[in-house]
Design a protein around this ligand. Structure first.
Ligand SMILES: O=C(CO)[C@@H](O)[C@H](O)COP(=O)(O)O
Length: 233
């Protein structure tokens, strides 16, 4: 399938704009974190350039790579996590967006190597389970990607806490991966605050299942659910 230049331009704009959401929700500091999106119908992804300040990001500065992480188009070096994102797209065909942050509460759980227990309804809604911990892996190469895929395959959670590193989320679209990163930080903070005051009881499995099913299949507007299934925002 031939990829129209307008398609890539649109994804450059979308990926660039979504980075502003990471700043808006307080999930990143200085140049940490990154977002990518798969280019539909092509073995390509669009990702943030490495080490460029968020306020300096433009659609033109986004980098297009193949699914081995080799730059196809762009004037900047791609994100240090490009190989990790590319590995996820190769291994998980249903994933069209990947996000990485060092959001502070969630990364504190990652630093302890502790899964966030599914203890509140908002967490059952979005994650349908505990948010799991993935293995420690050095940055660069396939190891982070392998850890993400091994941890999230067959798991309801679209978020993984990579040990001693930070959050990686996946989604049917880049926007849904961003939403998972926002919600991950939100529940990481709430469950942490609850634990300051005493033990936290996980929800019963049947309640998690019921909440997850309602939120995924009934909550909100049908049009939004259709768009999510179709891999759009
Ligand atoms: O933690 C890491 C590396 O895994 C990143 O979040 C960096 O902090 C940002 O890297 P670039 O995307 O700018 O290369």
């Amino acid at each position: 399938m031939t990829v129209l230049p307008e398609t890539v331009e649109g994804i450059r704009r979308e990926v660039c704009a979504l980075h502003a959401e990471l700043v808006r929700w307080g999930l990143v500091t200085w140049t940490s974190g990154n977002i990518s999106a798969r280019v539909p119908g092509a073995d390509l992804l669009v990702i943030k350039p490495s080490g460029v300040l968020y306020e300096d990001l433009t659609p033109e500065s986004m980098v297009v790579t193949d699914l081995d992480g080799t730059v196809v188009d762009g004037v900047h070096a791609p994100s240090s996590d490009t190989d990790a994102h590319a590995y996820v797209y190769r291994a998980m065909p249903h994933v069209n967006g990947v996000v990485h942050t060092h959001s502070p509460y969630a990364t504190a759980w990652a630093a302890r190597g502790e899964a966030i227990p599914c203890a509140i309804t908002a967490m059952a809604d979005e994650f349908g389970a505990d948010i799991p911990v993935g293995p420690f892996a050095l940055i660069g190469g396939d190891d982070i990607g392998k850890g993400i895929v091994a941890t999230l395959s067959g798991h309801r959670s679209p978020a993984v806490l990579m040990r001693s590193h930070g959050v990686f989320t996946i989604g049917a679209s880049a926007k849904s991966a961003v939403k998972a990163a926002v919600m991950c930080e939100d529940v990481a903070r709430t469950v942490h605050l609850a634990r300051v005051h005493g033990p936290v009881e996980p929800l019963a499995r049947e309640h998690v299942d019921a909440l997850y099913d309602r939120y995924q299949n009934v909550y909100g507007q049908q049009a939004a659910r259709d768009a999510k299934e179709g891999g759009h925002s």
